[in-house]
Design a binder for this molecule. Structure first.
Ligand code: PEP
Ligand code: MN
Length: 378
């Protein structure tokens, strides 16, 4: 590709430094936030979640290039201020998409990175404008762009004077309708083979559905991506755009934790929590853990009720099974520096409520049977 004079110069791998964040180095950089900025409180919650999960950059669109002219188009300048303020308060960097000269001029001195979206990847005038600014540009791959076209778009920015380009694979249009786009993970390797630029992956716009984001993100890290750009909303059900593909803050945190191992296994670093430990950040961490504990307890009780359905009423309490469980959990607790007494006490409650719940569900079930067979045909 002879025209990749700058993007294709492989003499040195580019590491793009923004504040204290390096894109293209050993660390996996996590970028998160809602599709669109909607309010200051939404951005505060999103920023707190990004920071708690070890993310370094807050995203949020304020100029939304929507497929329909009737869809929410973004809050413009008001939204940038919410984005910037939320990021600053949490010690994060921030990025937003620009779509033309006017939007670029409005945000360039406020945010830390600019994004050029898939729909504008071949907006050559915009690419040249991006080449004139001194801010890193996240360049999304176009909806139907080949890797060569994508790299040539990067070349436009670089030829105009800005070498700080980060490529972002976000899925391409294929014949497959079960996902919004098809995430092309081979593009990560190909783009890295052909250029020296950092490559990040946006699984959200690729999948279009939240259930696939975690596995695609892990696969992206394994495939060599330098970072992830993931949509996360404090309340996805109420999002004004891209709610179905947005993770909840809890899902975002769980994914971040899982990414640590994946990153390690491919020789990269990622720390799924912020390093600044204040009373407030520690409490937020506790809040998230408590949330998970209650969710898991609820799941446990659901299974307990199913087991109850298979037991006889007079055999609901199973002392032997309780002993077995504790025999496994107590050594684990000790290994994890928890007092055995603590675990035994918690589990005495768990067992007590489980037995009660099984009895109750059996009695209700039997009542139902009774009302179905009033003659007592059990
Ligand atoms: C976005 O990131 O908000 C966005 C619109 O993505 P894309 O340009 O990849 O569709
Ligand atoms: Mn979006």
């Amino acid at each position: 590709m002879k025209d990749l004079k700058l993007a294709g110069d492989k003499s040195q791998k580019s590491v793009i430094k923004v504040g204290d964040v390096c894109l293209g180095g050993k660390e996996i950089v996590l970028i998160g936030g809602p599709c669109a900025v909607e309010s200051s409180i939404q951005m505060e919650k999103a920023a707190a979640s990004v920071r708690r999960s070890g993310g370094k950059i807050l995203r949020g669109g304020v100029f939304k290039p929507r497929t329909s002219p009737y869809s929410f188009q973004g809050l413009g300048l008001e939204g940038v201020n919410y984005l910037v303020q939320a990021a600053r308060e949490e010690g994060l960097l921030c990025v937003t998409e620009v779509i033309d000269l006017r939007s670029l001029e409005m945000v360039v001195d406020k945010v830390d990175l600019l994004q050029i979206g898939a729909r504008n990847m071949q907006n050559f005038e915009l690419l040249k404008l991006a080449g004139k600014v001194n801010k890193p540009i996240i360049l999304k791959r176009g909806l139907s762009a080949t890797i060569e076209e994508w790299l040539l778009a990067a070349e436009y920015i670089m030829a105009a004077g800005n070498s700080q380009v980060i490529l972002c694979e976000r899925g391409i249009r294929t014949f497959e309708p079960s996902t919004r786009n098809t995430l092309d993970l081979s593009a990560v390797g190909v783009a890295k083979e052909l250029s020296h630029l950092p490559v990040i992956v946006d699984p959200s716009h690729a999948a279009g559905r939240r259930d696939l984001i975690a596995s695609l993100s892990k696969a992206a890290v394994a495939s060599g991506a330098d970072g992830l750009l993931i949509e996360m909303h404090p309340n996805p059900e109420e999002a004004l755009s891209d709610g179905p593909q947005s993770l909840t803050p809890e899902q975002f945190m769980t994914l971040a934790q899982d990414l640590e191992l994946v990153a390690q296994s491919v020789g990269r670093n990622f720390v799924s929590r912020e390093t600044r430990e204040t009373l407030e950040t520690l409490r937020s961490e506790i809040d998230l853990i408590d949330h998970t504990i209650v969710e898991r307890l609820s799941k446990r009780m659901q299974i307990v009720r199913k087991i109850g359905d298979q037991k006889r009423l007079d055999k609901v309490k199973d002392v032997g099974r309780e002993r077995d469980i504790l025999q496994r959990l107590v050594p684990l607790a000790e290994e994890l520096q928890l007092s055995p007494e603590f675990i035994k006490r918690i589990y005495s409650y768990v067992f007590e409520f489980s037995v009660q719940s099984q009895i109750k569900s059996k009695l209700t079930g039997d009542d139902q049977l009774e009302s179905l067979c009033p003659m007592g045909g059990k």
